[in-house]
Design a protein around this ligand. Sequence first.
Ligand code: ARG
Ligand code: ASP
Length: 719
Amino acid sequence: MKKTIILLTFFLLSLGLRAGEGMWLPLLLQQLNEKEMRAMGMRITAEDIYSINHSSLKDAIVLFGGGCTGEIVSNQGLLLTNHHCGYGNIQRHSSLEHDYLTDGFWAQSLAEELPNPGLSVTFLVRMEDVTAAALKNVTSRMSETQRDSAISANNKLIVDQAIKGTHYKASVRPFFAGNQYYLLVTETFSDIRLVGAPPSNIGKFGGDTDNWMWPRHTGDFSVFRIYANKNNNPADYSKDNIPYTPKKYLNISLKGVSEGDFTFVYGYPGTTQEYLPAAAVDMVANHKNPIAIGLRQQRLDIIDQAMEQDRLVRIQYSAKAAGIANFWKKMIGESRGIKRLDAVDKKQAFEQEFSQWAAADPYREAAYGKLLPAYNSIYSDFTPKNDAYTYLTEGPLSIEIIRYAYSFNKLAQQSSQKTVSDSAVNALAKQLLAGVDGYFKNYDKNVDRKIFAAIMNTYCEKASPDYMPAIFTEMKAGYKADYQKWADAVFSKTLFASAETTKAFLEKYSRKDAKKILNDPAFQLAAATYAYLQQNLSKDIARFYDVTDSLQRIYMKAQMEFLPKKLFYPDANSTLRVAYGQVKGYEPADAVEYNWFSTLDGIMQKENPDIYDYVVDPRLKELYRTKNYGPYGDRDGTMHVTFIATNHTTGGNSGSPVLDADGNLVGINFDRCWEGTMSDLMYDPDQCRNISLDIRYCLFVIDKVAGAKRLVEEMNLVN
Ligand code: ARG
Ligand code: ASP
């Protein structure tokens, strides 16, 4: 046994791999990963996961909405994802009368499943390496702009060719910072209905307090269904649509997992940046994050307090607060993880070795010798500008009234342009009018006014005056730095703080009213800020990305040459990937050891009827008391709720299926452990763990708590 472990470790090291790290391209698994995956215990083949010729597991995976993953679990297009991925849609169906967010929702029949305008899911039909075709006629002497336009022209041809005569869409995307290109052909369905969601005290149990943390007890899932037209093709919502028959759906295992088991996560990781220089990591962890964390903290404190006091505000702001809190906490964890890992120092040490290697050969010196000095100089120039940008976007531009006021910019502009007809202006006003109720359904002006005063205070006092739009310094002086007074003045004069004034204004709108928009105090702040961004910072930012994009392409190529034995994986870019690893606990701090799974006992231990996020559902409590777990309990007699493993995941992987050695569904990925959230910049096998909902708890909630047996009966459970 020991010997095989030593051999396996040696094998992994000889590949230059740290177990668990990596988000791999499904179509390259056979070539790059299959051997290792089998050595770790996988019993299926790479071909079962991704096949060019046959249906494979990939046909059961979707990109859900803009930024999550979902998986098909029945032959009628039933789909599982996270509760937090369906949250916005559940929220939109919720009101004081039907509070599905708080109480949950279960459609009793197909007819009760709720449509979600704007929600779509996308399947990957196929992917293909098209690097040669994408880079055709591209030379190293071209400027970045010339290079970009040559590549765009090539890609257009590739895409047109790929989708000719189909209803598919396609795109060509850069990988390895533009050293490789892949064609992705996709199929999108847009009639997606809500089938079920647990109450928040299950689906969001522990709320933002437990978010990003282990041990975790969140039943983070929701259930949707894909509908298609009679030919099983994508179609816009229609009551005549029928459940989609998928090419493939996942079988669900009731066996659970054990420590050390092989698992893999199949989904759509959004963004990682593993190959950046030290200076970039320093900018994120030590500049951008701390600024954003402070500003978000202020907004959250105000929103949380209001949500505690008012049920309506809770419904209005719960989704917004979850979004603000999520990245707030992620950034805190990430900056701590970078520090604990000495990631900046580690990168610097790597850069020294790299520079020595480059200097040892005249060709390399010519190609790569100036790379790191160039990085360092551009980052030291750009960091204060990026600070200013973060202050603006996380500060004034995060205030709702300012953003909303700016949505009237187009109307104001077109009204004063003679070339735009009266009817076009009126149509635009009408369009804005149609959106008023939707916006104000989720708006509370007292919350926003408090946020305005707090954020303006921090922004005007702390952000660098060198990069501050003049209107802020003028206003600050005008109100003698009394931010509350400033906020009160804006909110008493603006048109855009209530549905009534906004509607009255739009209903009678004629083009000469543009003046009222232009003179509105909230609009003026917005307009001055956006103008400043456009005329100043945006140019700096564009220039910065222009330069660093090309540096990164060269640096990526150079790193691959420097470490020829290392197996590289491309950074996440919202394309379908496979991460694989082992079920495993970890040691978050000196003298602390974490187990690899959590149970219903932990939910009972966390119970607190006075705190919204820790109320335990009475039905759940009763099932716990009688240990009525049906086939979903573990061998050990408890109800497992979540488990952790070393799979390398990131934002976007939420809702991804977690599969076992046989390719059966054992969990739904929903989060990472806090100590490991720096994995987007540097992965640490000791600390990085993905958190998955045990699929047996999900089924238990559907079947026993919600009584939605019809759904479990649709699925294929294996033992
Ligand atoms: N941290 C998880 C992810 O990044 C879940 C976030 C949703 N939950 C919440 N309490 N805000 O998306
Ligand atoms: N919770 C994240 C998501 O929504 C997953 C993660 O960042 O680990 O995708």
